[in-house]
Each structure stands twice: as C-alpha cells, then as structure tokens.
Design a protein around this ligand. Structure first.
Ligand SMILES: C[S@@+](CC[C@H](N)C(=O)[O-])C[C@H]1O[C@@H](n2cnc3c(N)ncnc32)[C@H](O)[C@@H]1O
Length: 169
C-alpha cells in the first residue's frame, strides 16, 4: 500500500500573521493562524441560522469554519483590531461585515445588534488581558447576546508555567 507523506498544512496567510506577531506579540498572541482542525472544533455547535459575532478574527480560519456550518455571511460580524488582518478579512469574506475595533468596545459599533446575537465566539488571547479589559469584553459581549445566546471563549496556553525564558546567546 502506498504511503502518503504527512505534509504540514499550508496556510497562505502565515506570512502576514507572523509579521503582525513580530510587531504586536502580546495581542496577536500566536505566530500562525489556528489550524483548520482547531477552527472546526471551536465552531462546533453553531447552528446555521445563527447570528454570530467573531472576536479576534485574524486572517479568518475560524471564520471559514463558521461559514462551513451554513451560517449566512450577512449574519456574521468579524471584529479585529489590526488593519492588516482586516484587509485580509475584507478580501476573503466580502459578504460579512468586518469591524476594525477593540473587542472591549463592541456596542459602540454594533449597538443595533443588542440582545440579538445567538453566538459570540472569541479567538482573543483573553487570559493575557488585564482584569478591566476582560470584564469590558465580557460585558460588551453579554450586551449583544440574546437571553439564550452563547459566549464561546477559547484560549491557547503555554505549558510553560510563567514567562517564557529564552537562553542568552
Ligand atoms: C490568537 S490570534 C487568533 C486569530 C484567529 N482567530 C485564528 O484562530 O487564527 C488573536 C487575534 O485577536 C486579535 N485581537 C487581540 N486583541 C484584540 C482586541 N482587543 N480587539 C480585537 N481584536 C483583538 C489579534 O489581532 C489577533 O488577530
């Protein structure tokens, strides 16, 4: 039986992601976009007829997984603070609204959606934020959600307990 070699996933947006991470490591918080596998896992449970707000959309890996579930592009709102990522998102997802805003100030731009969102899904590095910012993002997200709406938060953690130590050269 022929053996198919395992190839690393080729994401065409790795370059823009890495450059953004070099410029702003604590907010971008990852050297590469999420894998498609992780994105599919994160999007699990979103019904096709949902209105969804995605926080920290990056270059759109999770966005693709959400749309693959059948969510209509016009019902998907992409929140991302970096202009370079927003350019990628607008080029890739022209049917969805891309907002270049801080996720801690959602209602200033999305106030019309108040109590009308089924899902807020976050790819933000929320554990890295200070207490006030976490509280603001949570309050703003809850303000948009319907009473039975859901907030899905994922977080990437290092297994290194404490700051990453780099060897001195
Ligand atoms: C770990 S990356 C995840 C990107 C993408 N969701 C993925 O899975 O590949 C975190 C993203 O959150 C964005 N971000 C960080 N803080 C933000 C904030 N306060 N408001 C909006 N976006 C933010 C970063 O620019 C980055 O795109």
């Amino acid at each position: 039986m022929p053996i198919t070699p395992l190839r690393p996933e080729r994401d065409p947006h790795r370059g823009v992601f890495f450059r953004s991470w070099l410029r702003d490591p604590f907010n971008v918080a990852s050297v590469a976009p999420s894998s498609r596998w992780l994105a599919r896992l994160m999007a699990t449970g979103i019904a096709a007829d949902s209105r969804v707000v995605e926080l920290g959309a990056g270059t759109g890996t999770l966005t693709t997984a959400i749309l693959d579930l059948g969510v209509r592009p016009e019902n998907l709102y992409l929140v991302e603070q970096h202009a370079e990522f927003c350019d990628v998102l607008r080029a890739r997802f022209s049917g969805s609204r891309v907002l270049q805003i801080d996720a801690a100030a959602l209602t200033a731009s999305l106030g019309a959606l108040r109590d009308n969102v089924d899902f807020v899904i976050s790819g933000l590095p929320i554990l890295w934020f200070d207490r006030e910012k976490k509280a603001a993002i949570l309050a703003e997200s809850l303000a948009l959600l319907k009473p039975a709406g859901k907030l899905a938060v994922s977080e990437v953690r290092s297994s290194v307990p404490g700051p990453l130590m780099l060897p001195a050269f």
